[in-house]
Unconditional design. Structure first.
Length: 210
């Protein structure tokens, strides 16, 4: 109960007691006075007014009691709205974290592919060296060495171009995915900064800090 409400209740009680005392004095005066038409009418009117005042005070005190004992609907509505915001932000945070995790896994897979393509390119460049091509052809034991050497070189060059093209596509995709991961992490951080203070506030309502 707040201070203004207490003062109002105290005021009503004091007034109620005062009116009650006045009523008792009036009844005593009625008993002491000699019978008379004028005095009886005057006292009867005064008692009637006092009864009305008492009834008014009783009604007012009842209304105040009901108002003070009634639940704080405004506070309850605010609490529900706060919990709703927490639930909404928590759902958003969960989805944002899941999205960030999926993007991060995709990024790791792209980095692994990019590494494999780079390793294959380095291997192809090594195999394309003339001495390595000659070493490969020496096992065939044929007189068509020049033709086979040229065929081998063209095969390696074609594969190298294909791997290099895949490497460029993978590298570009990795750069875009890195930016997506960065933005996803920023969103997660922003949602956490918004959600955690709301949760702390609700916890303080349940268990205020000492």
């Amino acid at each position: 109960m707040n201070i203004p409400a207490r003062l109002l209740v105290m005021t009503c009680l004091v007034t109620f007691l005062s009116v009650s005392a006045m009523a008792q004095r009036a009844m005593s005066q009625t008993a002491d006075q000699s019978p008379g038409a004028n005095s009886s009418d005057s006292v009867a009117n005064e008692l009637s007014l006092l009864r009305k005042s008492l009834q008014t005070l009783n009604s007012r005190l009842q209304a105040i009691s009901e108002e003070l004992l009634a639940p704080d609907t405004k506070s309850e509505a605010q609490s529900k709205e706060s919990l709703k915001r927490i639930s909404t932000n928590f759902d958003l945070l969960t989805r944002a974290e899941e999205r960030a995790e999926i993007l991060r896994k995709q990024l790791i897979e792209l980095i692994e592919k990019e590494t494999q393509f780079k390793m294959r390119l380095a291997q192809l460049e090594e195999e394309m060296r003339p001495e390595n091509i000659e070493r490969t052809l020496s096992t065939y034991g044929t007189t068509r060495t020049v033709e086979i050497r040229e065929t081998r070189r063209r095969v390696l060059e074609n594969e190298k171009r294909g791997v290099d093209s895949l490497l460029q596509i993978t590298s570009q995709s990795r750069l875009r995915l890195e930016e997506d991961v960065r933005q996803a992490d920023q969103l997660v951080s922003k949602l956490r900064q918004r959600l955690f203070p709301l949760i702390d506030k609700e916890i303080d309502k349940i268990s205020p800090p000492q």
